[in-house]
Design a protein around this ligand. Structure first.
Ligand SMILES: *Cc1c(COP(=O)(O)O)cnc(C)c1O
Length: 388
């Protein structure tokens, strides 16, 4: 069989060994507790599920949806952006539905990248930015995210010739995996950079509504001129515990949204309409629901931080996202340390290196783990003695 190189070029999964150990432990009847997966354990709001029941029988929902999404869903998205960020969007030209943000992010590469073109991609980062680039025939220039820069790409470090060739820059704040945030000031600098090199900015904003300590994270589109240079990807997955329903949206520059529609309408047929009706209901969920849900994650975050402090691992407490990003102890790679935690404590964490070379030296704890399992996992973590 002759497979395309894009299928074979995908970097091999780095932590095969850890997966094997998890499987072995589970086979021995040991209950391994995973802090590895960023997938909300909490329920989709009940009224949203009711809408699925109510709309499942309606004939129009049995038929093909439009790729761009129902006008009512696009309107609900525009209203949400207005309410949430104070941004006015034209629901017809500046909003499109996605089968989850991941789908839009992957397809967006096809709008900008030709063979040999460069995408500026954060390292560490969500893998779809780089994989989408490779699938489109492009190359990644990695923008290191470093603690000393607040996990923001240092734009001045991007070589002039790379910037000239780059077509796209990917950003993601609040950030997965580091939990870092970005300010409007930073977005202003990105816009200036994008203008001077004619680069399209793709901002993945899917954690803006998972925040702690009363913090509010801006949309990229709040920065002046953002609509001229970029698009923002958002999702109902993390905001409303809806990962399983597959619903997201891209908003921003009308020409870019149109390009994405051209790609999408030729490859997919949009989001099932009953699910878009769920989305409309979800986008009207009260802020109180979000605050209460975030309080759950905040309590979990604080418990994780307390135990990390006890065992002497350094962390910067995150203001947003579903993750705690902790330094590995001296003398371990992130992969080795994750293996130690599995071997000695029966818990799973994600090694930072699996998100890119600059993730080395860190491990990621996800907060999407039921409270009783979290407590038990942390009891086990607290027994970690630091000896090799
Ligand atoms: C979870 C996640 C997504 C995926 O969102 P979906 O809408 O479920 O596809 C996108 N970007 C980042 C950084 C994520 O962590």
């Amino acid at each position: 069989m002759n497979f395309a190189s894009r299928v074979e070029k995908i970097p091999p999964y780095l932590f095969v060994e850890i997966s094997r150990k998890i499987a072995r432990k589970r086979a021995e009847g040991i209950e391994v507790i995973s802090f590895g997966i960023g997938d909300p354990d909490l329920e989709t709001p009940a009224p949203v599920i009711d809408v699925l029941r109510d709309t499942a029988g309606d004939l129009p929902n049995h038929r093909y949806p439009e790729s761009e999404g129902l006008p009512e869903f696009r309107k609900a998205t525009a209203d949400w952006y207005q309410r949430r960020f104070g941004i006015s969007l034209d629901p017809e030209k500046e909003v499109i539905s996605l089968i989850g943000a991941k789908e839009g992010i992957g397809h967006a590469a096809l709008c900008f990248i030709e063979t040999g073109d460069i995408a500026l991609v954060p390292d560490p980062g969500y893998p779809v930015y780089s994989v989408g680039t490779w699938f489109a025939g492009g190359e990644c220039h990695w923008m290191p995210l470093k603690e000393e820069n607040g996990w923001l790409p240092a734009l001045e470090d991007i070589p002039e010739d790379v910037a000239r060739r780059a077509k796209v820059m990917w950003l993601n704040y609040p950030n997965n995996p580091t939990g870092a945030i970005a300010s409007i000031d930073y977005f202003d600098k990105v816009i200036e950079f994008a203008r001077s090199y004619d680069i399209a900015v793709m901002h993945d904003a899917c954690y803006t509504d998972v925040t702690f300590d009363g913090y509010r994270h801006p949309s990229f589109l709040e920065a002046r001129g953002a609509m001229d240079v970029g698009m923002e990807f958002h999702s109902l997955s993390k905001t409303y515990n809806m990962t399983g329903w597959r619903l997201g949206m891209a908003v921003g520059n009308a020409d870019m949204i149109n390009a994405l529609l051209i790609v999408k309408s030729n490859l997919d047929s949009g989001v099932p309409q009953a699910i878009q009706h769920m989305g409309i209901e979800a986008l009207n969920t009260s802020d109180d629901w979000i605050d209460e849900r975030n309080a759950v994650y905040q309590r979990r975050r604080d418990k994780v931080l307390a135990v990390l402090d006890e065992i002497g691992l350094e962390v910067d407490p995150p203001k947003a996202s579903l993750y705690v990003w902790a330094r590995t102890p001296e003398g371990f790679t992130s992969g080795e340390f994750a293996e130690q935690l599995l071997e000695n404590c029966d818990i799973v964490v994600t090694p930072g290196a699996s998100y890119g070379d600059y993730g080395e030296g860190y491990i990621r704890f996800s907060l999407t783990i039921a409270d009783d399992l979290l407590e038990e996992g942390l009891r086990r973590l607290a027994t970690y003695t630091g000896s090799r």
